[in-house]
Design a protein around this ligand. Structure first.
Ligand code: ADP
Ligand code: MG
Length: 449
């Protein structure tokens, strides 16, 4: 096979293993230029691209190459600079960095999902506490099963895998199976076809801990549910811990047998909610720090104020931001963040309003310098406009009162509340002022940045 063919096949498989956006950003631009018995050379567009790829996706690339070529190939990278892809005369060969494999590491576990890098906030605190308490020494399976539920991209898989990784680190010999309900189903069907249901049972029952992700895919698969019911009971009776995730509360899952649902409810059920603004900032900062990236606060804040419901999208925006800055060789700035978010969210991006944009608009509208508007001066007209800007921030952004106060010379949240009350009073007393405020609101809500 030519390097091109091998790599094409790899890409096809990798496409199924990673998010579409990850694939488009990090894998599509790669070209295979050479292949030998021991290594394959991939052309990457920048050194940064190589570093990111190598630190995040090396295991996937190696595994996929192996499954296609049946050989343990090393990957070498050559960095191509400039528009015209002229191979770099001195190819960049990384020193082979091995993912530390100790005997306890399980191929089902992604070592990136650990408790340490799971950022806590009001929406996920309880779920994290419950998950990590299972791993404490001497834990006596107080919550069995533990069910974690919540919407997509909120960290369910992360927590579930963190339980597995933590247990393996604490008790290297422990037998843990991590699976998704889809894989469980496929394994079950395959075992019937191959006539070895016994080995299926052994695989899933001969464990100390069973982690099952996305239980909702069991919906309407009665046979598999039956099989899972028996597996569950067997493990439960023997005091083996079971942890599951699902997209809705057990009682709201449709297409699942009643007796299965009541089993799920016999332990502890915790939910994960979308992160609030502060948590979103913390998550972005956490990711930036982990990858040693310097991102200006304004860019982080902008992303956090636009992307609200899903941590995966938050990460997606960050990855895209990095890719842009790397490929275009531009610094990461607020402007670049705006471009990225606009492309990601399409029209919805226009709905997100930041405190900064409110400050800009109000100062323009009332002909006041921004520094004065956010400053400490007490002149009456400035103070009024300042109150209005605080009010609009409360109405149109989801920044907390504390956070809004920080934009206005670090005033505290009670000042913000007072300002909002003042504006409301003026609005009910003065219709012209009220109309003006409404106009500003709709102008902000419809603005495109
Ligand atoms: P789910 O399984 O709920 O759909 P995931 O666990 O796959 O979501 O999370 C999506 C992405 O967001 C993952 O890369 C995960 O690491 C990240 N993530 C989610 N919640 C957090 C958090 N609280 N702190 C850090 N990263 C998070
Ligand atoms: Mg998941």
């Amino acid at each position: 096979m030519s390097p091109l063919d091998v790599w094409q096949q790899c890409l096809l498989q990798i496409k199924d293993k990673v998010a579409t956006q990850t694939f488009e950003t990090w894998f599509e631009p790669l070209k295979a230029t050479d292949i030998g018995d021991t290594n394959i050379v991939l052309q990457v567009p920048s050194k940064f691209h190589f570093e990111w790829l190598d630190s995040h996706y090396r295991p996937i690339i190696l595994d996929t190459l192996k499954s296609i070529t049946q050989k343990d190939l090393q990957v070498r990278y050559s960095v191509v600079l400039g528009e015209d892809p002229e191979p770099d005369p001195t190819p960049y060969f990384p020193s082979p960095k091995k993912i530390p494999l100790n005997g306890s590491q399980s191929p089902q576990m992604n070592p990136r999902f650990i408790f340490d890098n799971f950022i806590e906030g009001a929406g996920n605190q309880f779920a994290k506490a419950a998950a990590s308490s299972l791993c404490k020494d001497g834990s006596t399976n107080r919550f069995n099963p533990l069910v974690i539920y919540g919407g997509v991209g909120l960290g369910k898989t992360h927590l579930l895998q963190a339980v597995g990784n933590e247990m393996l680190a604490r008790q290297p010999g422990i037998r843990i199976v991590y699976t998704t309900s889809e894989k469980f189903t496929l394994d079950f069907i395959a075992s019937i076809q191959k006539n070895n249901t016994a080995s299926f049972s052994t695989h899933y029952r001969n464990v100390d801990m069973l982690l099952v992700d996305d239980i909702q895919f069991f919906q309407k698969k009665e046979q598999t549910q039956e099989q899972f019911f028996h597996t569950f009971n067997d493990l439960h009776q023997r005091g083996k811990q079971i942890v599951m995730t699902m997209d809705k509360a057990p009682s709201e899952l449709s297409g699942l047998k009643e007796r299965l649902i009541s089993r799920f409810q016999s332990g502890l059920t915790v939910d994960i909610q979308a992160p609030d603004f502060e948590t979103r900032i913390a998550i972005l900062n956490g990711k930036a720090e982990a990858d040693q990236l310097d991102i200006p606060y304004a860019a982080t804040e902008y992303i956090a104020s636009c992307i609200k419901t899903n941590v995966r999208d938050l990460e997606g925006a960050l990855i895209r931001l990095l890719a842009y800055s790397s490929l275009r060789k531009q610094e990461i700035t607020l402007d670049l963040a705006r471009q990225v978010v606009k492309e990601l969210l399409g029209k919805n991006a226009t709905r997100a309003v930041s405190v900064d944009s409110i400050i800009k608009l109000v100062s323009k509208e009332y002909n006041i310098r921004e520094t004065n508007l956010v400053g400490k001066g007490r002149r009456k007209d400035i103070a009024h406009s300042r109150q209005l800007a605080m009010y609009l921030s409360r109405e149109l952004t989801d920044a907390s009162l504390v956070h809004i106060g920080l934009h206005f010379a670090g005033r505290d949240h009670s000042t913000v509340i007072h300002a909002c009350n003042q504006v409301e009073k003026r609005m009910s007393a003065d219709a012209v002022f009220a109309a003006k405020v409404d106009n500003l609101q709709s102008e902000l809500a419809n603005s495109v940045f």
